[in-house]
Design a protein around this ligand. Sequence first.
Ligand SMILES: NC(=O)c1ccc[n+]([C@@H]2O[C@H](COP(=O)([O-])OP(=O)(O)OC[C@H]3O[C@@H](n4cnc5c(N)ncnc54)[C@H](O)[C@@H]3O)[C@@H](O)[C@H]2O)c1
Length: 316
Amino acid sequence: MHSDLAETFRGRRFLVVGGAGFIGSHIAEGLLALGARVVVLDDFSNGKRANLAGDAGSLELLQGDVRTFDFDSLGKLDGVFNEAARALLPSFVDPVTDLLVNAGGAVRLLEYARKHDVKLVHASSGSVYGNPIKIPISEDHPLNPISPYGVSKQTSELYCSMYFRVYGTDVVALRYFNVYGPRQTVNEEMGVIPIFVSRSLRRMPLRIFGDGKQTRDFLNVSDVVSANLLAYRSTRAAGQIMNIGGGGEEVSIEELAQMAMKACGYEAPLLYTDAKPGDIRRLVADNTHAKEVIGYVPKVTLEAGLKQYVEYARGL
Ligand SMILES: NC(=O)c1ccc[n+]([C@@H]2O[C@H](COP(=O)([O-])OP(=O)(O)OC[C@H]3O[C@@H](n4cnc5c(N)ncnc54)[C@H](O)[C@@H]3O)[C@@H](O)[C@H]2O)c1
């Protein structure tokens, strides 16, 4: 799938922190498919060994915590992808742990990257923007996070920029927006696609919070993998922070519900219920910066990604 990138990755050794989770396991798979050797570190608080079950051979799976693991023990690697974060519970429940894992973990990896002169690609989030005041959201949009999670991600970015400025550490931070795909975590705040598909497959009506006119720009996990590989390969990305959004197809939740039912061969009236407090009205990323710097262009349309997700969900 990324055959033009094989030269960059073949035979090299990478660490994927949080690599047993949703996005991390896809990155690990992508690296293995390009002939890289991969070490995955995960504390399995949300990740699963089964997420990497198909990948034997060049994969080493370690159980450990990003807050305490001795990264120096791995020696010099060719690169690190940091996907570890607390995703299971809303961050308001335990903001301190959120900070220690999301930002503290990033600082520990920056220290490792600085000492060993290793490139780090770090997962940030579109949540740093808070409620958008203009759409599409570009990187010059004000940062007004409205959750401890968003603040922890913004903090991690400040450290990334500082390490580049002061030490010249080769680090790139990617602000992912609404990612979906196989193995996605579903909780109260995330996972509208898995929820809609799972209910459609079970022939249960879909529930819409509010009027259903709120819009999103969904990002397929395989495009997130591409963004990570391109960010690693780029020689122009050091010290940069960039949006990684979907293909710019702004769809309403109502439209998404119809698309999900269609992909599952199901038809039923939608159930409308009270809006969730603080639900963001429109959320669409501007990917221009990532396109210019690393050549990122999302490829998977929502229709194709949904079809692929339905195939996966049928097998669950
Ligand atoms: N899924 C999205 O829509 C989305 C959007 C924006 C940003 N992100 C970011 O992308 C990254 C990956 O998220 P995901 O959706 O794959 O979530 P996920 O929960 O599936 O993956 C995170 C992984 O990190 C592991 N982990 C958690 N705490 C750890 C610790 N202390 N030490 C080691 N491992 C630990 C978990 O077990 C899990 O496997 C995260 O940084 C997340 O904040 C995700």
